[in-house]
Every structure is written in C-alpha cells, then in structure tokens.
Design a protein around this ligand. Structure first.
Ligand code: ADP
Ligand code: MG
Length: 307
C-alpha cells in the first residue's frame, strides 16, 4: 500500500504546564530550531488531553491549520484519537492517523510485522491495578520458550526496577513470575497501557564504546537518522550492516506508518534485533543530538513525497 502522508504545515508541541504560551522546556530547543527554519509551531495542553478534554487541549491551535504533526510527551492511543477528533473540528489533520499511531505505539500493533526481528512476545489485556492471577500468567507464559523473560505493558517497561518489576529469571517458577508481574502492575498503577506483555529474554551486548541501543528514525519507510538511545551515556552509534537493516526496512514499510522509530540492539550471537518500535512523534531524542538535524524529519514532506 503506498504511503499517503498528509503534508505537515504546523508542528504541535506540548505547552509548558507552568506557562501555556511557552513550549515545554524538554522540547524548547527543537521548537526553536523549527521556528528558525521558518516552520509554524503551535502548542497543545498535554494535561488537558490526558484529562479527556481534547477540545481544551487544542484551543491554542490556529483554525484551519491543515496537516499537523504532533511532537511531545507520549499520549495513550485512545487519547490520541480524541486529539485527532478535536483537531478535525478545527480544520486540522494529523499526518499520523489514530490507527497508525496505535499500530506503531503499542506492541500488539507492531509485533506481528516484526515477529522475526524481535523477541518472542505474548500479551494479555489487563485493567490498571489488576494483575492477572497465577493460573492465567502460567497459561500466558506457556506461549513462550522456557527460560528468562521480561515484563512490560503495551508501551513501557519498569526497566529501572529491573529485579523487582521487569526481569523474570525463569518462566518455569510460577511464584516468581506472579511476584514480578504483580509488582509491575502495582508500580504502573493508573498508567498501565493496554495489558501485560511477556517477552522471551535475549542477551544483548553493547558494541565496544558505542551505545547499547540505536534508535533509527524512519520517515515514510526510509531510515533518516541514527541516534544513540536517549538513555545512553555515549552518543557513538555502531554501523548496522545493510544485510541487518534491510529486513527492518521491509518491516517498517509493511507497518505503513509515516513516522516511526525502531530501537536496535546487537544480540550476543551477532544478530541485530528490534527491541521495540515507537511512533516518532513521541519518541525521545538523545539530548546531545543537534535539534536542527532532527527537525527536518518533522517538516520535509515535499521532499519525502517526491522521492
Ligand atoms: N526481550 C528482552 N531481552 C533482554 N532484554 C530486554 C528485552 N526486552 C527489553 N529488554 C531490556 O529492557 C529495556 C527496556 O525494554 P523496552 O521494551 O525498551 O521498554 P521501555 O519502553 O521501557 O524502554 C531494553 O532497553 C532492554 O535493555
Ligand atoms: Mg525502550
């Protein structure tokens, strides 16, 4: 299916929660770089959006803005659909539609397309605060190869609470499985996105001196920027051999979303693997990347459409 991106004329940033007329400080340098390039920036109220008041969230977006791209903090897929509705009522349209956003943002949306390239995964829809019981977890875990695993929700893990709420040393230990998953659900609290995901553990290695994960930024199926993962202490990125990048490109194209990221890590056996996929609008950029280099990904629809 051909990519039919709506060209963006305006980029929507999250407003500073303390001052509705300013860009959130986390994104201020990017928005400045865009304005310096002559692009139009407008602000949305992320708090209002998450609270369910999408019309208030877009009250400062100029009427009839046309194609817009969102750039800011993560938004749950259902709230993104509300953002889309509110913008349409004002005569604007997100370049990434709500279905495309959900497909790239949530693991069940992208998993099948990337199945050969990413750790084996199984999931169970779960309401916030309600950890599945031991029996359901054991049934879920039976869908994975035996051994270690990690738990996350459809969007995020608790990787900084690795032993307590992320890493499952052995799926064959039902008590430990239940303990780690329950703690994960408890800590995610009201932010649990979609459900519980179990993923087979794979051993990743950091190529000497380079970032352990490379975030590849794709526009319209093309890899446009390679950066260190935002958590990486080093900015150096290893070169991904073409034979390893090609299958990722094919999967990104099959996913058919205009702006996505893939986080790639080198497995101990030398294979480059996709740790996760994300929607580029809400993927964090490593703080040492020149914002002016990044902003082209948000604006150059004409070039992309012509190529
Ligand atoms: N299947 C896996 N095997 C080994 N390590 C993993 C696996 N999945 C995730 N990790 C580790 O946990 C980290 C967080 O997982 P990730 O899926 O990227 O969640 P988050 O959205 O919180 O970044 C990854 O950066 C990686 O280091
Ligand atoms: Mg990650």
């Amino acid at each position: 299916m051909p990519m039919t991106t709506v060209p963006a004329t305006t980029i929507l940033y999250c407003a500073d929660p303390l001052n509705a007329r300013r860009t959130d400080p986390h994104f201020a340098a990017e928005a400045r770089a865009l304005r310096a390039q002559g692009a139009t920036v407008a602000l949305v109220d992320h708090d209002a959006l998450l609270a369910g008041d999408a019309d208030a969230a877009v009250a400062r977006v100029p009427a009839a803005a046309g194609g817009v791209r969102y750039r800011g903090w993560m938004v749950p897929a259902a709230r993104y659909a509300e953002l889309d509705g509110a913008l349409r009522r004002r005569g604007a349209e997100l370049c990434t539609g709500p279905e495309e956003y959900r497909r790239a943002h949530e693991l069940p949306g992208w998993y099948e397309t990337f199945a050969a390239l990413t750790p084996a995964s199984v999931w169970l829809p779960t309401a916030p605060g309600e950890a599945p019981d031991g029996e359901r977890l054991a049934a879920l875990a039976a869908g994975l190869p035996p051994g270690a695993a990690v738990v996350k929700d459809y969007v995020k893990s608790r990787k900084h609470e690795w032993r307590e709420a992320c890493h499952i040393p052995d799926l064959g230990d039902p008590a430990a499985l239940h303990r780690v998953v329950s703690r994960f659900v408890e800590l995610q609290d009201g932010f649990l996105a979609g459900g519980v995901v179990l993923r087979a553990f794979e051993s990743f290695v950091a190529p000497g001196g380079a970032a352990a994960e490379i975030r590849v930024w794709w526009r319209d199926g093309e890899p446009r920027l390679f950066t260190a993962h935002p958590d990486s202490p080093v900015t150096e990125v290893a070169e991904i051999p073409a034979r390893d990048l090609e299958p990722v490109r094919a999967a990104v194209r099959a996913l058919d979303c205009p702006f996505v990221t893939t986080d790639l890590a080198l497995r101990a056996d030398g294979a480059w693997r996709v740790v996760e996929v994300g929607d580029g609008q809400v993927s964090d950029l490593h703080r040492e990347v020149d914002p002016a280099l990044f902003t082209a990904l948000l604006t150059d629809d004409q070039t992309a459409a012509a190529s």
